[in-house]
Design a protein around this ligand. Structure first.
Ligand SMILES: C[S@@+](CC[C@H](N)C(=O)[O-])C[C@H]1O[C@@H](n2cnc3c(N)ncnc32)[C@H](O)[C@@H]1O
Length: 187
């Protein structure tokens, strides 16, 4: 499992004027705790598992910048993005995937990206994607996918990249389980 500390969040805030951290897949809140040390005005995380979400929400009860939403990222993202329509730049950490309960989308990434691409602040937003090995074959330092996990549709991710290529620079990493980052071309 990757961690958002692989990226320089202070530099992202300074370079792109980013004020909001938006995560899909809270899990135990480790990346959220890391992000909360930086100067984001708001931090929003969406988690399908109600027990995990409640535990992490408790950890952040004294931090009014943090909101945790319980449920499927695809249900929450349209509402969350609508409420952020006046925000210039988001830093998104897209990390929602297995294990998911029966009532949630198993691999919501491509649909999350579709929703983000329609967001008014998309061109100035940074998109960080964890666990690239789920979506693309490569020589990852921590190896391939564990048995039983299906490979996602890597072609679809490249299609997305082709469509948004003019607005963002794309960086792929093979460290750990791999990441893919989209940085705005015009800071
Ligand atoms: C790899 S963990 C997230 C780790 C966390 N982002 C971090 O960096 O510390 C993936 C989390 O996504 C959640 N999840 C899976 N599918 C989801 C979905 N469709 N919507 C919201 N959360 C989902 C899982 O319950 C799990 O807690």
């Amino acid at each position: 499992m990757g961690h958002v500390s692989q990226f320089d969040l202070g530099q992202i805030i300074a370079t792109y004027g980013t004020t909001v951290f938006l995560e899909t897949g809270t899990y135990q809140g480790s990346s959220l705790r890391h992000a909360a040390q930086f100067g984001f005005h708001r931090l929003i995380s969406i988690e399908a598992d109600p027990d995990l979400a409640a535990r992490v929400a408790g950890d952040f009860r004294d931090d009014p910048r943090v909101a945790i939403h319980v449920g499927d990222s695809l249900q929450w993202l349209p509402k969350v993005l609508d409420a952020l329509s006046d925000v210039y730049s988001l830093c998104c950490w897209l990390d929602a995937h297995y294990p998911a309960g029966p009532a949630v989308t198993e691999l919501p990434l491509l649909q999350e990206l579709g929703l983000l691409a329609a967001y008014p602040g998309f061109r100035a937003s940074v998109i960080l994607i964890d666990d690239r090995r789920i979506y693309e074959n490569d020589a990852y330092t921590s190896g391939g996918l564990p048995g039983g996990y299906a490979q996602g549709d890597g072609r679809a991710l490249i299609d997305f990249e082709d469509r948004i290529a003019p607005s963002h620079v794309v960086e792929r990493s093979t460290i750990g389980e791999g990441t893919i980052a989209f940085y705005p071309r015009h800071a």
